[in-house]
Design a protein around this ligand. Structure first.
Ligand code: SF4
Ligand code: SF4
Ligand code: SF4
Ligand code: FES
Length: 355
């Protein structure tokens, strides 16, 4: 057999050197369930949901962290595999409190999907005592941490450390005391966390949820609309989750350029300005006697042009300076410097991102 082939469920399948079973299987059209696997981060093999049978191996192997070798025989759909995966789902469910009806992630939870797939209607292990679960952390404006729903998969830690490289959280304590912690086990708002929300984006359960979205709409009630973030010229791709014409939450578009599934705090959480009563919807002209009056764009732009001309005539073009907006696209910033250099005749042009 060629050294780029392995046997997947009895069929010769190609793989690339260094590829893990999970990735090679997915490329071959075979889906293996995962919980802790996070694309772009080093595999940890923490959840044991992706177990597969490998001929000759002493035990089942985690597909996400086992490299394929030439001629390897892998089985993803045997009774033994499903029995082990189901047992692991049951253990994860019992390690917390999973009352889905009251959970913000209901309908958007991989643990729930797996419990449904394996027809788990009753737990064969006692659930963790509520008194043994760390209390909910709800002290910041953006993220709710519910430790009763945390399966300690570690995806949030990997996202924070390896994808956005903020290094704000890590695995803390040991055994049944285990917890995802910030430095010094402080609440998020007393830590290095910059509230990019990447940890929320990757959390497969309801352990991390967007605070502002709570109660506003279930996953099946919202419509996803793709757009470009309005905050800066980078052009991050995002999904607006809409219910009844209003944004419920914002998430990143996975695999899309330039942000590849990442967003910053503004792009992810600061969308509610569009509903502000204080938002200006028309130009305002300051009256000589004080106060402002509403004006049309034509009137406002004519006034600005007239004032520019007056200043240039009296004091020369260098008496005028322009600061372009960092939220503008590159093309608009280019036009702005053209306006100042070629039309007004000054090099006094800058950009607010430098501040
Ligand atoms: S985290 Fe998932 S399984 Fe747990 S309660 Fe929420 S929806 Fe249910
Ligand atoms: S908070 Fe979410 S992503 Fe982080 S370990 Fe818990 S379940 Fe996994
Ligand atoms: S919000 Fe961002 S910085 Fe804060 S813990 Fe999550 S991933 Fe890390
Ligand atoms: S996805 Fe492979 S061990 Fe978690």
């Amino acid at each position: 057999m060629e050294d780029t082939l392995f046997i997947l469920n009895g069929k010769e399948t190609p793989f690339k050197p260094g590829q893990m079973i999970l990735e090679a299987a997915r490329n071959g059209g075979i889906e293996i369930p995962t919980l802790c696997y996070l694309k772009g981060a080093a595999p940890t093999g923490a959840c044991r949901i992706c177990l597969v049978e490998v001929k000759g191996a002493r035990s089942l192997m985690a597909a996400c962290s086992t490299p394929v070798s030439p001629g390897m025989e892998v089985f993803t759909d045997t009774e033994q595999v499903h029995k082990a995966r189901k047992l692991n789902v049951e253990l994860l469910l019992a390690a917390g409190r999973h009352n889905c009806l009251m959970c913000e992630a209901n309908g958007n939870c991989r643990l729930q999907d797996l419990a449904y797939f394996y027809k788990i209607t009753k737990l064969q292990f006692p659930e963790k005592e509520l008194s043994d679960i760390y209390p909910v952390e709800d002290e910041n404006p953006f993220i709710v941490r519910d430790f009763s729903r945390c399966i300690l998969c570690g995806r949030c830690v990997q996202a924070c450390n390896e994808l956005v490289v903020n290094r704000a959280i890590s695995q803390g304590y040991r055994g049944s005391e285990s917890k995802i912690v910030t430095g010094g086990d402080q609440p998020y708002n007393n830590s290095e966390c910059v509230f990019c929300g990447q940890c929320v984006e990757v959390c497969p359960t309801g352990a991390l949820t967007e605070k502002k979205a709570r109660g506003l709409g279930r996953a099946w009630e919202t419509q996803k609309i793709r757009t470009t973030c309005p905050y800066c010229g980078v052009g991050c791709q995002q999904w607006l989750h809409i219910k009844d014409g209003r944004i419920v939450k914002v998430t990143a578009v996975e695999d899309a350029q330039p942000n590849q599934g990442r967003l910053c705090v503004k792009g992810r959480f600061a969308y509610d300005f569009i509903y502000s009563e204080d938002r200006l919807k028309t130009p305002l002209i300051r009256e000589a006697e004080g106060g402002f009056r509403e004006a049309s764009w034509d009137e406002a732009l004519d006034l600005v042009a007239e004032k520019f001309k007056e200043i240039i005539k009296k004091n020369g073009p260098d008496a005028i300076a322009g600061v372009s907006c960092a939220r503008s696209i590159n093309e608009d910033s280019y036009q702005m410097q053209k306006l100042f250099r070629a039309v007004i005749g000054t090099n006094n042009i800058d950009h607010c991102a430098r501040t």
